[in-house]
Design a protein. Structure first.
Length: 90
């Protein structure tokens, strides 16, 4: 399937998942900065990170893991289940 032929919902889902990955990476960077600043005696960044952990970062990480597992399972299913059917039909 070419890029122009893919459904618009898939493009939006891909964009949403890319935004999710960006949030996870930015969260990891922010956590690293918060750890460094906390070791220097400034607790404000770590306090902010802890406030954002439950409402922002936990769901973002969960969606990332769920999307990776779903993609892997679908890829496996396409290779193992659909390919033998198409070989038998020809």
């Amino acid at each position: 399937m070419t890029a122009s032929a893919e459904p618009s919902w898939k493009r939006w889902l891909d964009r949403l998942l890319m935004l999710n990955v960006l949030v996870v990476f930015l969260g990891a960077g922010f956590f690293a900065v918060a750890v460094v600043t906390q070791s220097q005696g400034k607790n404000a960044p770590m306090d902010l990170f802890q406030q954002l952990w439950q409402p922002l970062f936990t769901p973002a990480i969960s969606v990332l893991i769920m999307a990776a597992l779903t993609s892997g399972i679908l890829s496996w299913w396409q290779r193992r289940v659909q390919k033998p059917r198409s070989d038998n039909e020809s």
